[in-house]
Design a protein around this ligand. Structure first.
Ligand SMILES: Nc1nc2c(ncn2[C@@H]2O[C@H](COP(=O)(O)OP(=O)(O)O)[C@@H](O)[C@H]2O)c(=O)[nH]1
Ligand SMILES: [Mg+2]
Length: 457
């Protein structure tokens, strides 16, 4: 698919704004050697760092630094690219950018260098998105996963799937086009096996992409339970500081408290909340109403129970009424039996049989590693970091759509024996997958994706 692309020469600072030892101005377009000649008053050997003076239009020196020229097509964007490594002061950088603008360049839009790299087939859309994810990574694990996607691990899986669907399409369409050949392709084992194989692989890829999405986006985790269970104490333990007020007076926490933390390198949006109980206090009631709305959006609920003062039957009913009825279908509930320092671990098997559970003491910091393990397991991660590539919500959605078409195609094949309909479903599944790598994608979606990048990338 061909997208509209202008021939403008674009320029931007490739390094972050602010003062630094070095700042890099990057320029990309069709005839960058002219810009280089004007600015350094010299020619350059491709891909060799040269120390030069940078001149303004009056041949006055603006700065001295390194300049590198990457002629097309062997550059990041696929066009001619030059990098001016200046002293990293705001004014110096501005003067070099100004000079490029004077010579005819325009300022680059956010993500425009990556967009050009994509349009010139240097990288696919997954790789372009992962560059942005790598730059914005908030943890080592998300940086490592973004790197895997940037290196093409996810793209290779999607391309393999596309390849297999194309082979199935060729077979089905050939049989439709040449019915006289007398092959009952609908009964062909190769076709059924191929289709089943694709469905299995796509399911595996969805699972991996889901994990990558979690590492990229993080999870919402809400700490809930009865007053005085130790919710705020646990919140503070995860946050690493005393953010929430902890007292032995039930009903201390009224508002929602939120903090971004990492649990074993996984980004977590943590919420502490008012204790769940019947109350006529209007402020506390409002607090409880807010807990309920938070529960609806959480991916994980930690239901904290004070082991020294709990009543299994009552707690189960409370969980059902306040949590079970509100949570989304993918949300996991974990029972956290706290204060085991007071009376040992909980022996209640009835509650433990309903939900995954863990015994801890926030006071003595025991059981916390087991709790973290349960959290990681609850979101389906085997291990944070290792071999997980980043993926976005958009990718998981397209993979799921492709799976749906393949499954519909299988029904057409097995139930109705309808080859034409199977062919159509295979085509639609292929389009979904091509949308992930960007070879089949609407222009407006492309604009949306790149506009979220930073300028200069
Ligand atoms: N013995 C003991 N006390 C705890 C533990 N966790 C919290 N507490 C105490 O329980 C009381 C209520 O704690 P808090 O975190 O405010 O509970 P919340 O109402 O659920 O937020 C405070 O006095 C805490 O010091 C624990 O593991 N062991
Ligand atoms: Mg509290």
């Amino acid at each position: 698919m061909v997208f509209a692309q202008d021939n403008d020469t674009i320029v931007a600072s490739a390094t972050a704004p602010g003062v630094a030892g070095i700042g890099i101005v990057r320029i990309s377009g069709n005839n960058i050697s002219t810009y280089i000649n004007e600015i350094i008053n010299d020619d350059l050997e491709p891909r060799k760092a040269s120390y030069k003076s940078f001149y303004d239009s009056n041949k006055k020196v603006i700065d001295q630094g390194i300049v590198i020229y990457f002629p097309s097509p062997d550059s990041f964007t696929g066009e001619d690219v030059a990098e001016f490594h200046c002293h990293g002061g705001k004014i110096i950088m501005e003067m070099v950018i100004e000079r490029c603008l004077e010579l005819g360049a325009r300022l680059a839009r956010p993500g425009e260098f990556s967009e050009r790299a994509f349009l010139n087939d240097k990288i696919d859309l997954i790789q372009a998105e992962s560059i942005s994810d790598l730059i914005n990574a908030s943890s080592k694990a998300s940086a490592q996963s973004a790197l895997l996607s940037m290196q093409g691990v996810f793209s290779d899986l999607v391309n393999e799937l596309i390849e297999e669907i194309i082979n199935l399409r060729k077979f089905v369409e050939a049989c439709i086009d040449f019915p006289a050949e007398d092959i009952d392709f609908l009964k062909d084992d190769d076709l059924t096996n191929g289709l089943n194989n694709c469905i299995r692989k796509i399911n595996e890829t969805i699972e991996q992409a889901q994990q990558g999405r979690v590492i990229q986006e993080g999870v919402r985790l809400a700490i809930v339970g009865k007053p005085n269970a130790g919710k705020s104490s646990l919140f503070n333990l995860f946050a690493g500081e005393d953010l929430a007020i902890v007292t032995d007076i039930p009903g201390t926490t009224r508002d929602l408290l939120k903090e971004n933390v990492f649990i074993d390198d996984l980004p977590v949006y943590l919420t502490d909340s008012a204790g769940l109980r019947e109350t006529i206090d209007p402020i506390e009631s409002e607090g409880i109403r807010r807990v309920h709305s938070e529960i609806k959006f959480a991916s994980i609920i930690l239901y904290v129970i004070d082991v020294s003062a709990f009543n299994p039957g009552e707690d189960l009913k409370l969980i059902e009424k306040n949590v079970g009825k509100l949570v989304s279908k993918d949300c996991s509930i974990i029972l956290v039996f706290n204060k085991t320092d007071l009376c040992g671990i909980s022996t209640d098997q009835n509650m433990k049989s309903h939900y995954p559970s863990v015994d801890i003491s926030v006071k003595n910091k025991t059981g916390i590693d087991n709790l973290k393990k349960l959290i990681i397991e609850a979101i389906g991660l085997n291990d944070v970091g290792e071999n997980v590539f980043t993926a976005r919500r958009r990718h998981v959605k397209e993979l799921t759509n492709a799976l749906r078409y393949l499954e519909m195609g299988k029904v057409q094949l097995t139930n109705a024996g309808a080859g034409e309909l199977l062919a159509e479903d295979l085509k639609l599944a292929q389009n979904c997958l091509s949308g992930i790598t960007g070879s089949y994608l609407a222009d407006d979606l492309l604009g949306e994706i790149f506009s979220s990048f930073c300028i200069g990338k």
